[in-house]
Design a protein around this ligand. Structure first.
Ligand code: TYM
Length: 332
């Protein structure tokens, strides 16, 4: 039975890019004869400073987001990373497999570390090795992610291949990124050349799943666009990243395609299109945000889901770690 693994960092609030590029697709992959594991990667979050109380809140809020979006603990294993110590144990082995040169090429590290690399945490540098361990400690082969995780997935593949070669085994399967749909790279509402991000200093650049209807409407109304009306064809959106982004968001929210959105709105002005987009977003997101706040009122249920999920996850991860240690020659 193929196994799916993916994860999201509990930092700030879930934003629309995470929802459309990841969570919504996690939900689509549930059931249908595949085993799905969806993780809250708390140990990845602390590679940059997190206020402890915020981290706790964000972990529960992300779990609430998973549940409210339709991830079902009866169909998927939902848990937080730190509760399954096999991730970090395998990550150590991978720290010794991956090469400095590989990690030096990671664009996300370069972006996040900025100019002052000497001051970046060692964890931020080794981050992709932990991510490889997340996936490979389950022998997962399908990893639904947004476009920005592609390079990290390539590194996970390289680690699996090098481990197998170094030890002359065929042990770790080589995982495939699943980067599909119209929302694999949702862009900032303020700048069509930047991706929408939880950590963008401008809150107007993103839609948070916790935003209320008025805020969502205001953010779309103020979203940056060019002065032309919407193109008559999808090809006509070329070179118009902001327009293309809003069309893609509409398509993803409505489970439709850019072609269908253009067929409906092509040639119309943004002053007509934006309110329709806001209405659709509010219709799709407000049930999620109200369910999230209901779940957050008493985190007992959330905590129970995460704990039970971690127990199930460990039954898969522990034997794989044990076999890894055996292959490496570590006495356990
Ligand atoms: P993170 O927490 O930055 O993002 C979580 C998921 O959301 C996707 N995403 C987007 N998709 C479309 N448009 C956007 N603007 C956008 N922003 C974020 C990301 O691609 C991701 O799928 N390293 C990962 C977390 C991770 C992981 C893993 C993922 C840790 N271990 C193992 C898969 C497998 C990260 O930082 O995602």
């Amino acid at each position: 039975k193929p196994r799916v693994f993916s994860g999201i960092q509990p930092t700030n609030h879930l934003q629309l890019g995470n929802y459309l590029g990841a969570v919504k697709r996690f939900v689509d992959m549930q059931g249908s004869g595949i085993e799905t594991l969806y993780c809250i990667v708390d140990l990845h979050a602390i590679t940059v400073w997190q206020d402890p109380a915020d981290l706790t809140r964000a972990t529960r809020e992300l779990a609430a987001g998973y549940l409210a979006s339709g991830l079902d603990p009866a169909k998927s294993i939902l848990f937080n990373q730190a509760r399954v110590p096999e991730h970090t144990q395998l990550a150590w082995v991978f720290n010794c497999v991956a090469r400095m040169g590989w990690l030096n090429r990671m664009t996300q590290f370069k972006d996040k570390a900025g100019k002052n690399r000497e001051n970046a945490s060692v964890g931020l540098f080794a981050y992709p090795n932990l991510m490889a361990a997340d996936i490979l400690t389950y022998h997962a082969t399908k990893v639904p992610v947004g476009e920005d995780q592609k390079q990290h997935l390539e590194l996970a593949r390289d680690i699996a291949i090098k481990f197998n070669n170094d030890f002359g085994v065929d042990f770790f399967p080589v995982p495939d990124p699943i980067i599909e749909g119209v929302a694999t790279r949702v862009m900032s509402l303020r700048d069509g050349s930047k991706k929408m991000s939880k950590s963008d200093p401008s809150d107007m650049s993103r839609i948070n799943l916790t935003d209320d209807a008025d805020t969502i409407a205001k953010k779309f109304r103020k979203a940056k666009t060019d002065p032309e009306p919407l193109a008559e064809t999808v090809e006509g959106l070329a070179g118009r990243p902001e327009a293309r982004n809003l069309v893609n968001i509409y398509a993803a929210l409505g489970d439709s395609t850019a072609e269908a959105v253009i067929a409906e709105f092509g040639g119309r002005s943004f002053s007509e299109f934006k309110p329709k987009l806001a209405d659709l977003a509010v219709a799709k997101l407000s049930p999620l945000s109200s369910e999230m706040s209901r779940l957050m009122q008493d985190p007992t249920e959330i905590d129970r889901v995460l704990e039970a999920g971690a127990e199930r996850a460990r039954t898969i991860a522990a034997p794989i770690l044990k076999r890894t240690y055996d292959i490496v020659g570590i006495v356990t």
